[in-house]
Design a protein around this ligand. Sequence first.
Ligand code: BGC
Length: 697
Amino acid sequence: MSGFKGTGKWGSLKENMPLTKERVDEKARHLLTQMSPKEKIQQMSGSTPLLRGLWDAWLAYNMRPLPAGENRRLSIPALCFSDGPRGVIMNHSTCFPVTIARGASWDTALEEQIGDAMGVEARSQGANIMASVCINLLRHPAWGRAQETYGEDPWHLGEMGAALVRGLQRHIMACVKHFAANSIENSRFRVDVRIDERTLREIYLAHFKRCVDEGAASVMSAYNKVNGHYCGHNSHLLRDILKKEWGFDGFVMSDFVLGIRNGKAANAGMDVEMPFTIHFGKRLMRLVQKGNVSEEVIDEAVLRILRQKIRFAQIGKPERYRPEAVLSPEHKALAREAAQKSIVLLKNEPVGDGSHRVLPIDTARIRRIAFIGKLAAKPNIGDKGSSMARPPYVITPLEGIRAAVPRDCEVIFSDGRAIKKAVDVARKADISLVIVGYTHRDEGEYMFTRGGDRDILTLKPHDETLILKTVAANPNTVVVIMGGSAIITEAWREKVPALLMAWYPGMEGGHALADILLGKVNPCAKLPCVFPRSESQLPFFDKRAKSIEYGYFHGYRLMDRQGQEPAFPFGFGLSYTTFAYKNLQIDRSEISPDESLKVSVDVTNTGNVAGEEIVQLYAGYSGSSVDRPVKELKGFSKVHLEPGQTKRLDFLLTAKQLAYYDEQQGKWIVEPLTYSVYAGPSSRTEELLSSKFRIRA
Ligand code: BGC
């Protein structure tokens, strides 16, 4: 652990009793009256010296918390920043599966626990704010940082992000990023996202609002422009929507270094420049002196920062913040559970005479398993940019399976580079597993020589050939793919009997994969983004774009609209058991625009092993005055069912959740219409039960 003694501790601001919002505000205002103009501005930027920061970034980025705004005279502690989305970036901390993998768990309770673990580990290492909550919408699977977010749907993003906020904020401040419409990596510093107001509100911002409503302390602006203005200077986003309309009372921080371009960002609603003082120091002071930035703007920003510092000084469980809390056995077990719940079983066909399926592997019958592909024996936990993690070990798929099989079951391995050798190994085995996909070199934060947006959406040609040759030699072949978002599988999918999506499954991923392959754990994850058959099913994407139009439709919404079949639908995932849906009921057939109704459905485990099912609720619109999706997600819930067991699930649906944003009137409209509700196991229409109700005028 680092020797950082920093100011992540709240000492001076802590009181002996919980504070009301009013008291927090009063305390912040009192502190403000004691501050000189220089001290105020000093609250508003990171205090890492530029050269040291750049040197550290090169050698060991964010190994220590990055401080901002310490004031010793008034005993105001610094913000102490740590990334990242899949676990604390500092030192050797617990590395969870990447965010998109956790998105596939659809498990808000689990995500909250992960937030709790990250918060404890961050605070135990001197941090008090963590930028883990990345909820940018996955518009196109080529986006290099897709792995850092939960998926393509605003409702799902909002619920998962809010769960992480809840967990983190038991201990530290959560920073929700990147506000907004940030989903192209290579041209992120300059791309201008052109977007109409309705699309912005409904598709790209709804999930940010959800996290703000959950009480998030901080929001990080994005690098890109939205409608001609850099997000860090975008007063429509930061002031009009975030602060005024949504009533956000936390502070906005810039994305690092290029997140703002000059001190006038303060006028647009930027509160903290990170991680250096470039514009929000002497330059900002000069702008204030010249009258280009008003003192009220500075006071408002400082008050926002102080309020959160005071609020969080009262929060936490000091007895939990100790060196042993980092990488504790409980956190490692949680990382394993998260991986088990995020690996998606996409295909599992009967093989041979149809009497059994390939998965789970029956080690009582199978004597030899072949592991093929270079990712089988390689630690592969995803991006090595700002979302990197530095766990002390990573269990590879090969290590995981070796630790799990009985002694009399042999595991043989070929890295797959020489296809002929791999085929020989596959031929000798009862079952073969091909583990292929991407690494941080192919996708992630853009580091010039690695990462960035993906060039292709299929597997690499070598991997595709390896799969085809292996399955030709051994029909009992399971393919496991790794990557940060959808992969096109057309060239080989029909040929293989079983397929799993493992994403980047974190430090315990190899154990979790073995648990699923051997049936010790029943897979329950479902896709948080559609897997297309071809690129033509997706919206336009250009990683070099200087300007790009973001339309209303993408992902399953776009495919539904075009009447296209994806390879695997949004919300899809198999289990070793089966589930049946019955008795979809709505408790009222008509409601008014400020009422809600209850939707209920019975789900039965019709197989012979226990399992967890992710039950999804969608809404559809008939005769709307605006262009609406065929259906869109409005709820989900996870349920555990023993064989034969039935549970009834209830969802609350409010009329407001069905509103659209009217650009002309600048408000949300609940239309008097007939609405459909759908409940079922995925977004695939054929699998959904449906019913209708009306909202009256
Ligand atoms: C990334 C952010 C990250 C920040 C600090 C930036 O390059 O875009 O996601 O939080 O660095 O690590």
